[in-house]
Design a protein around this ligand. Structure first.
Ligand SMILES: [Zn+2]
Length: 508
């Protein structure tokens, strides 16, 4: 059986009909004009796309699917919210949620705070609920007394806590300690696991995504295996959080374990912190501050050795590296790492600041750069303040493509929403619709930005997809109008997803 897709535009000359086979991937078997319709047989279906624009399926290459689903029932703070606004939201949530239950939220931004956060303020807003609030970049956690108790944090014992000048804990956790706290709080609050994951899948589909590369812990992986056939109509590639590497290898997991809808790719590692928390690892100190160069969370040697072990089984690494020193160390460790089956590439995630010497090394390697253009919109003022003139090498999309290095885009949802529209816009215009472009020499064309969401990831991941071409998977993102035109003519409102097709099936 086949599906004949009609009444659409696609930018492909002479193509008014697309034919997909009703096999497991909805393979494209025909592209042409109305004459193709004469091949339709009794059992075949004709789908009228009502004038929409058909683009290859959009893929988000850096995602947190379970967390994204969770974020819809969690407190969300605006990046511009000041401290009292955040505390008022917590107060309102505490009035709504049964005492004793977790209040978990995210998105607070210390750059917008009039004074620093402290556990006592959260205690005052919410004395009867454990509270954990993640910062905008997710690398800092703010916890109240009850939260600390539930997380088993011993203020006298722990060396990793952030303390005031008198040695008292402030209620703030950074980096690996913050991640551990987040994971533990979510574990205690995980009765909604499968519901949350399904919500994440549905919201991703609604934004036109046909697939995501997602960073999950064991809860995410467990829930993914519980999805029913219908709910699996979002393709998912998984990088597991770091500490699972040895057990994965011990269990005999090899590259590509899974199928075309759920596949294990490898391990996610953290080389450094983040810009917003000034923990991204830098070659020279931040502009503001006392010689701070951020923090390296992993040594080059350890990463090299782990990547080598994983590569023996064809598994990949995705290394979070934001500061120029972190990128440099990650690149040195991975410069000769072998590609996985079919040429699948290991990748550096975020790579927000890249020194030119390191970009040259990436060019000669089998690595890909996985970046999130939408972050440029809120990181721009922070980079200007903390990186100063070095920001000319931040989000250097043009330089990357000019060297032929594969560039793939994503959102890091729920750090940013999964909607590809603001990301496309940021890649092409280097700013929000009303803003002047930021280092405009690094702008991409509309065509290039779309490539980094479609064909780029398909090549990097060795998937036969990402183009409207016979033999490739029938994954499409439907747009209200041609997104290239909307981008070129700066028509933000016209840039809207209107449907998703996965494996030859219309999802909405
Ligand atoms: Zn992430």
């Amino acid at each position: 059986m086949k599906t004949f897709w009609t009444n659409f535009s696609s930018g492909l000359p002479g193509v008014t009909v697309i034919v997909t086979q009703q096999d497991s991937n909805g393979t494209i078997v025909g592209l042409g004009d109305a004459a193709l319709l004469s091949e339709a047989r009794g059992a075949d279906r004709v789908e009228d796309l009502e004038g929409l624009f058909v683009a290859p399926g959009f893929w988000d290459s850096h995602f947190h699917l379970l967390d994204y689903g969770r974020s819809f029932r969690r407190l969300r703070f605006d990046a511009q919210a000041n401290r009292s606004t955040v505390l008022n939201q917590v107060r309102a949530e505490a009035a709504r949620v049964a005492p004793g239950e977790w209040i978990i939220g995210g998105g607070w931004n210390k750059e917008s705070f009039e004074a620093p956060p402290h556990w006592s303020l959260l205690d005052e807003a919410s004395p009867n609920h454990p509270v954990l609030l993640m910062s905008l970049d997710y690398h800092t956690a703010w916890v109240n007394r009850l939260g600390a108790q539930r997380l088993g944090i011993d203020e006298r014992e722990e060396a990793e806590l952030v303390r005031d000048p008198h040695g008292q804990w402030t209620g703030i956790l950074h980096e690996t300690r913050a991640f551990r706290a987040q994971e533990e709080a979510m574990r205690q609050d995980d009765s909604h696991l499968l519901t949350d994951l399904k919500r994440g899948v549905r919201e991703a589909q609604r934004r036109g995504l046909v697939g995501v590369t997602t960073m999950e812990d064991r809860f995410g992986l467990l829930a993914l295996q519980d999805l029913g056939a219908d709910e699996r109509m979002l393709r998912v590639q998984v990088f597991l959080r770091d500490r699972h590497a040895p057990s994965l290898l011990d269990a005999g997991i090899r590259a590509g374990f899974g199928d075309d809808f759920l596949r294990l790719f490898g391990i996610k590692r953290f080389m450094d912190g983040a810009l917003g928390s000034q923990t991204a690892w830098m070659k020279s100190p931040y502009e503001t501050g006392t010689g701070n160069r951020g923090m390296g969370l992993l040594t080059e040697g350890d990463l090299r050795e782990e990547a080598r072990m994983l590569a023996e089984q064809g598994l990949l690494v995705a290394v979070h590296a934001i500061g120029d020193q972190a990128v440099s160390a990650a690149v040195s460790a991975l410069r000769s790492v072998a590609p996985g089956p079919g040429g699948r590439r290991s990748r550096i995630e975020h790579a927000q600041l890249i020194d030119t010497v390191d970009l040259d090394v990436i060019q000669g390697s089998a690595l890909a750069l996985s970046m999130q253009p939408v972050h440029l919109l809120f990181d721009r003022p922070i980079a200007d303040r903390h990186w100063g003139d070095r920001s000319r090498h931040a989000f250097r999309f043009r330089d990357i493509l000019a060297r032929g290095v594969p560039l793939i885009f994503g959102s890091d949802a729920p750090v940013a929403d999964a909607d590809p529209v603001p990301g496309l816009w940021a890649a092409v215009h280097r700013g929000a619709p009303i803003e002047e472009p930021w280092y405009s020499e690094q702008r991409l064309t509309a065509e290039e930005a779309i490539w980094a969401y479609t064909r780029g990831p398909a090549l990097v991941d060795a998937r036969p997809a990402g183009l409207l071409q016979v033999g490739l998977w029938g994954d499409f993102t439907l747009w209200r109008t041609d997104p290239r035109e909307a981008l070129i003519h700066r028509e933000y409102d016209a840039l809207a997803v209107a449907g998703t097709v996965v494996a030859g099936r219309r999802i909405w």
